[in-house]
Design a protein around this ligand. Structure first.
Ligand SMILES: [Fe+2]
Length: 224
């Protein structure tokens, strides 16, 4: 039976505590260990990881633009635009770090990305915000904190340090909008948040699977 259950009423504090438990589960995924266990000393594995992160960075830009395009509410449009402006072009920062822009094509990563992009058009604004800020930005903040030191050694730190610096503020910007919601709406948000963590966990675990060679990359173009 799924652990995704809709409670009848949820407070902001309960939602945040629940989100924290899902973040802790996420932190235990293999991909975050790659930055400290020596795996990335292998240049080929390092490039493969960067190529996977490049996929995420590009799709993340699409999520931001999709959310903006599908928002008609003045309150949320302002919040989303502020966030969009702070994030726009970060995929190019990673290209500069790497000195290349090639990506991996993988059906699991593409399917996960498509789920997130679709959420940015079909969900209510508060759910879009929760997926973006409680899930994606929480993961980004953690990634930045664990990856920055390793990436500095490889001379590819700008993209990762950027996230260490700003993503925590991108998590907290959703708190005030959440406080405007009814307990019933927050219960619905909790379900959406758990779904988003499940999909993100699959995506991130897939990166580890590919980098560690546990499954073959479907398509990996030559550097451009
Ligand atoms: Fe961010």
């Amino acid at each position: 039976m799924s652990s995704i259950e809709a409670g009848r009423q949820v407070s902001v504090e309960e939602l945040m505590a629940y989100n924290a438990t899902l973040l802790e589960r996420h932190k235990r995924l293999r991909v975050f260990k790659l930055f400290s266990d020596g795996t990335l000393e292998d240049p080929a594995k390092r490039e493969l990881l960067f190529a996977c992160v490049q996929v995420f960075a590009r799709h993340f830009q699409t999520m931001l633009h999709t959310r903006q395009a599908h928002c008609a509410d003045d309150f949320y449009r302002g919040i989303f635009l502020k966030h969009l402006r702070e994030e726009v072009g970060h995929d190019d920062v990673l290209v500069k770090d790497r000195g290349r822009r090639d990506e991996v094509w993988d059906p699991i990563m593409e399917g996960s990305a498509a789920w997130f992009i679709s959420r940015m058009s079909v969900l209510d604004n508060i759910e879009k915000a929760a997926v973006m800020h409680l899930v994606l930005e929480s993961s980004g903040a953690y990634m930045g904190s664990v990856c920055g030191p390793a990436m500095r050694r490889y001379g590819s730190a700008d993209y990762f340090e950027l996230h260490d610096e700003v993503d925590q503020s991108h998590v907290t910007m959703v708190i005030e909008p959440l406080r405007r919601q009814s307990p019933e709406t927050l219960a619905r948000v909790r379900v959406t948040v758990e779904q988003a963590w499940r999909v993100l966990d699959v995506w991130v675990e897939r990166v580890a699977t590919l980098v560690l060679g546990d499954d073959a990359v479907t398509y990996y173009p030559t550097a451009s």
